[in-house]
Design a protein around this ligand. Structure first.
Ligand code: LMR
Length: 397
């Protein structure tokens, strides 16, 4: 039967990672997949994670199953990270959270739960969005639509067209919003825009579906959760998906959550039971190790403080690399103004160059980025930034 399957194009992001790995050039540069790299181009295990891991391995005396919804202490700690300890929705028992295999697992469980509650529900995705949102939510049974998000000419959020589009959506439809560090464009909503979007959702009965996979990498753990917290306080229903891949660097351990704010505590109980039941029908139980690490760190004051510091170092580095790249490009007097990169947040920005120029960067200069011209800022360092800037200037000539 397998001969009937169709050959596939390469994955927009992971395909570039494969091309990068296959390149034997000694000074190739990887600006593709969204993985943090330090000044030496490595993605090390965070010291706080190492300490937690050692303590867990020393104490662990069983590998029996944990639970379909995962580690309860982890779920509570992540809820506090997302919503804030004293959030009214938490206090009212309106929040249910299940641990999932990464943020992608969270998107899948959340998508399936929404589809179970409201078959074929329409969800509006930002244009552009992370390319994996589409297959994950489509397979879950949702009907996909889009809203304009990014103004490629002005390099900023295209807010008026976005609001105009969503103002035509019907009650009960969902809107996928990037909580912070928009992937792929790096342009985030301002507080005023979050407020206006919340009012729109209130007025039209829309349900936000917030992906906050990069919490802590824009301005801070609390600052980055501004929009989620606002919406969860004001709206009856919100879907939230998060991940510990980036902020705890737990990528391959696959740690995430799907979290649901329901209209009341009774509905929240139904959401919890049904989300667990959805997971049971897909993978049964999430992997434990990464969530155990996150729970240990978040539950231990000293380790938590250490992690918050390590996260701040990653964030500060990303923000300073943004400024450095802008300076280096400005010094080369490129025909394009790249100052917008310093105003954006998180790992990604679009350079705004053509696909042909992206391919030239890859083939002639061994610099790899997604063909949309999305760059992972964390792949830049003081040793390679001049080469990156020279190459971009060269392809723009
Ligand atoms: C990315 O956008 O590069 C990351 O989220 C990794 C992935 O799985 O696509």
């Amino acid at each position: 039967m397998f001969e009937t399957l169709k050959p596939l194009p390469m994955d927009a992001i992971l395909g570039i990672m494969t091309l990068f790995r296959a390149d034997s050039h000694p000074s190739k540069i990887d600006l593709s997949v969204g993985v943090y790299q330090d000044e030496q181009g490595r993605t090390p295990v965070l010291p706080s994670v190492k300490r937690a891991e050692q303590a867990i391995l020393a104490a662990q005396d069983s590998k029996t199953y944990v639970a379909i919804a995962g580690n309860a202490a982890f779920n509570r700690s992540i809820e506090e990270l997302i919503y804030g300890k004293d959030h009214p929705a938490l206090k009212a028992g309106r929040v249910s959270t299940v641990q999932t295999p990464g943020g992608s697992g969270g998107l899948s469980i959340a998508g399936h739960l929404v589809a179970r509650a409201k078959p074929n529900a329409r969800i509006y995705l930002s244009d552009p969005t992370w390319p994996n949102h589409q297959p994950l939510l489509k397979v879950a049974g949702l009907t996909l639509d889009t809203y304009p998000y990014y103004d490629y000419a002005k390099h900023r959020v295209d807010f008026e067209p976005m609001i105009a589009r969503l103002d035509k959506a019907s009650a009960g439809e969902l809107v996928l919003i990037h909580g912070c560090c928009h992937n792929p464009c790096g342009a985030d909503l301002s507080k005023e825009q979050w407020e206006a979007l919340t009012q729109l959702c209130e007025r039209r009965g829309l349900v936000p579906f917030i992906d906050i996979a990069y919490q802590g990498l824009a301005e801070g753990l609390d600052e980055d959760a501004f929009g989620v917290r606002l919406m969860a306080a004001r709206l009856p229903e919100v879907v939230v998906v998060s991940s510990c891949s980036k902020n705890l660097g737990l990528y391959r351990e696959r740690v995430g959550v799907a979290s649901f704010v329901s209209a009341n505590a009774e509905a929240a109980k139904l959401a919890t039971a049904n989300a667990a039941n959805v997971a049971r029908g897909i993978y049964s139980m999430p992997p434990d190790h990464g969530a155990a690490i996150a729970a240990y760190i978040l539950g231990n004051a000293e380790l938590r403080a250490q992690w918050v510091k390590e996260l701040a170092e990653m964030r500060t580095r990303l923000n300073s690399l943004r400024r450095l790249l802008v300076e280096k490009l400005a010094a080369r007097k490129t025909p394009m103004d790249f100052s917008f990169i310093a105003k954006e947040h998180g790992m990604f920005s679009f350079l705004g160059i053509t696909k042909e120029q992206v391919i030239r960067l890859r083939e002639e200069f061994h610099i790899y980025m997604v063909e949309s011209s999305r760059v992972n800022i964390a792949g830049i360092n003081h040793a390679n930034v001049d080469r990156v800037a020279d190459a971009i200037a060269a392809v723009l000539k």
